[in-house]
Design a binder for this molecule. Sequence first.
Ligand SMILES: C[S@@+](CC[C@H](N)C(=O)[O-])C[C@H]1O[C@@H](n2cnc3c(N)ncnc32)[C@H](O)[C@@H]1O
Length: 334
Amino acid sequence: MGSQLEVTHTAKHTDPACLALYGEAMSESVKYKRQFFAPAIRKYLPVEQFSVDRPCLILDLGSCTSALARDLVQDLPPYFHFIENDLDRNFLYIAREGVKEDGNETSFSHVQANAVQLPFQTASIDAVMHSSFFHEIFSFPVTGKGPFNFENCSQVVREISRIVRPGGYVFGRDYVARPQDAEEVLRVETTDYDGKTILDTAELLRTPINELSNSSKVARFLMEFEPARKWRSMNAGETKYLPAWLVSELLFHLNYTCSDAMWSSEIYEQYGDLSESEIHALALVHGFEPIQNDAVSHYDVAEGKGLNITNLKGEIVNTRDRFPTNTYLIWRKK
Ligand SMILES: C[S@@+](CC[C@H](N)C(=O)[O-])C[C@H]1O[C@@H](n2cnc3c(N)ncnc32)[C@H](O)[C@@H]1O
């Protein structure tokens, strides 16, 4: 069932305007992503364990244009081999052109596949890395269970567990972790009225996203964000009462207003799929020892967004503490 997923399920892969923007965004983000992956590879896959006769195989799930792996490979000996995997062959094509340009073709293979069903033998891979990937598994209909489904994540972890050798590793990072008390209701008030505040629904959906005021962006988010549909009727003037997980999603999506293409490509995806404790449990269930499982905040996600976020007692919510902006994990296969 999983292998039947088509590229057309994921809007960003079919919109040419978005494809280019998306590729650029991935390249730009390499600088901070490498800070986690480079030391993790060096520490847990020490070069002395491998050789020309025993190469180190790293499977890069959801590799996109390979911007990250092209960077990482520069510091590794030639017997470190990256298997770049994506569902979308457009991205893999761009990736292959990139490694050709670098003169690094022998360090890479490219495999188009749905991560729920991978064409690799059991216990054949030394490490799996994934970055900005896991939330897509949660958000898209990658199995017969449909989108926004924990079973999808579980199936991918089961598949990773199958292909990683005993003693091998998983290095992963993704955006937010779902807040631990995700259902707590928070009060969201928009305080900045720059840009157009639009009440008419059709006009609200037509207007370029970066011309909208904050209150209109919040209204549009609640109208368009698939998992938020039941909260649309909760609009009360400029103040809304929303569960914490949805506030977390809102703050993240407000970072994607640089273009309409980027906004629409991201608006379907839910970033905070699993809480830190659920991610930990998933590792244990599928035979991994979690070595690192950190949900951290890099910046104040409400800063400059023109939003006041309070709890029902009226206390300001510290978004840095409450909404992690990145999750980093290292698992070891038992
Ligand atoms: C946000 S990009 C991450 C790119 C890269 N890993 C990085 O951090 O720079 C997520 C990628 O996952 C891919 N993807 C989504 N669902 C997938 C699936 N079921 N199997 C394989 N790849 C998938 C998408 O096509 C996309 O290229």
